[in-house]
Design a protein around this ligand. Structure first.
Ligand SMILES: Nc1ncnc2c1ncn2[C@@H]1O[C@H](COP(=O)(O)OP(=O)(O)OP(=O)(O)O)[C@@H](O)[C@H]1O
Ligand SMILES: [Mg+2]
Length: 318
């Protein structure tokens, strides 16, 4: 612990925690006025990171390594909502399958906390410990005047990561800017690393950020199964956002409506690179079978287009 903590609270996995103590833990870690560390053997929770759809995230250290720790949402614990517990367990299982994929943080451990509910039942609450990676949220790089080559580097890196994820038998199902972190050196305009996080939706049927969902996720019976093609589509939208700094539809229009009605109207204005435009157009076909067949195919096209544009001889790829 590099920083001085005014207070250290302790908890044990072998001892039952009350809902009140759990609430005090959450509030004290998110309320940073007085730094409080919660210690459980070789795990230290140092502060609240974020509260999202899938859980409550803390930053801390595990065996002296910086980690993030993901608990189910507090409301789900209070109501003993098994679905959220299952999602945490499933994320860990998927994470273990991706230990060798560079660009995916290492899933270090899964543990269980014993919690006494209002009805005096003791339940097991799973939580996971994941290597904490450096990086700024993807969205913070939009409107930063990154050049096309820098954007292409991010594109290539994500295609590589997702290709390896798919080869390991995992479909992410929730590719969106919130689940991508970028290590960026702004002074040298250099992308140092790209990370894909949050595999919580991977084994779930219907949990994804709607704006980045594929037509088959929005309309399950309309376009066939959710699979690698769905990740491809979502990545296409994220990359469209990176290159064009907007989505191909108005944010207030439900993506579902577009999925039901018509092809996206992809009006490229900023990108200026016809090769990239052609690749994104193919990734964003409504029919999964009209998209690329694999991330490898996309990798080939993006690297070819990028090399051509570096040599100044960019041409259409499809
Ligand atoms: N391994 C990690 N290292 C650093 N930051 C991380 C890591 N994993 C997640 N984060 C950060 O925490 C945020 C929330 O994590 P995650 O997406 O896993 O939780 P979630 O509950 O599913 O949230 P949401 O519903 O908002 O997607 C991410 O957007 C990212 O900023
Ligand atoms: Mg997320």
């Amino acid at each position: 612990m590099s920083k001085k903590y005014s207070l250290t609270m302790r908890f044990k996995l072998s001892e039952t925690m009350t809902l009140t103590k759990l609430r005090v833990m959450e509030q004290s870690l998110f309320w940073r006025a007085i730094p409080v560390a919660w210690v459980c053997s070789d795990l230290v929770l140092l502060h609240g990171h974020s509260r999202g759809g899938g859980g409550v995230i803390y930053a801390g250290a595990f065996e002296n390594m910086p980690v993030i720790v993901k608990f189910p949402p507090t409301k789900a614990i209070k109501e003993h909502c098994q679905n959220f517990f299952k999602e945490i367990e499933q994320e860990y299982q998927q994470g273990l399958m991706l230990q060798q994929v560079s660009g995916v943080p290492r899933y270090a451990d899964k543990k269980e906390l014993l919690v006494k509910t209002k009805s005096n039942t003791i339940i097991k609450v799973p939580f996971i410990i994941v290597e904490q990676v450096n990086g700024v949220p993807f969205n913070s790089l939009i409107h930063r005047n990154l050049d096309v080559n820098t954007k292409s580097t991010i594109f290539i890196r994500l295609v590589e990561i997702l290709g390896k994820v798919h080869k390991a038998g995992v479909v992410h199902k929730d590719i969106n800017p919130g689940n991508i972190l970028i290590e960026y050196n702004s002074r040298r305009d250099l992308i140092k690393a790209v990370w894909l996080v949050d595999f919580g939706a991977s084994l779930q049927q219907r949990r994804f950020v709607a704006q980045y969902g594929s037509p088959e996720q929005h309309i399950p019976l309309g376009y066939g199964d959710v699979g690698v093609h769905s990740d491809m589509f979502s990545l296409g939208l994220v990359m469209y956002f990176l290159f064009e700094e907007k989505l191909p539809f108005h944010e207030n229009i439900a993506a579902r409506a577009i999925a039901e009605e018509k092809e996206f109207s992809l009006d490229f204005q900023l990108c200026g690179n016809q090769g990239i435009q052609a690749i994104l157009t193919k990734m964003l076909r409504k029919e999964p079978m009209e998209r690329y067949s694999s991330m490898d195919e996309i990798y080939q096209d993006v690297t070819e287009v990028t090399n051509q544009s570096i040599r100044g001889t960019c041409k259409h790829v499809c």
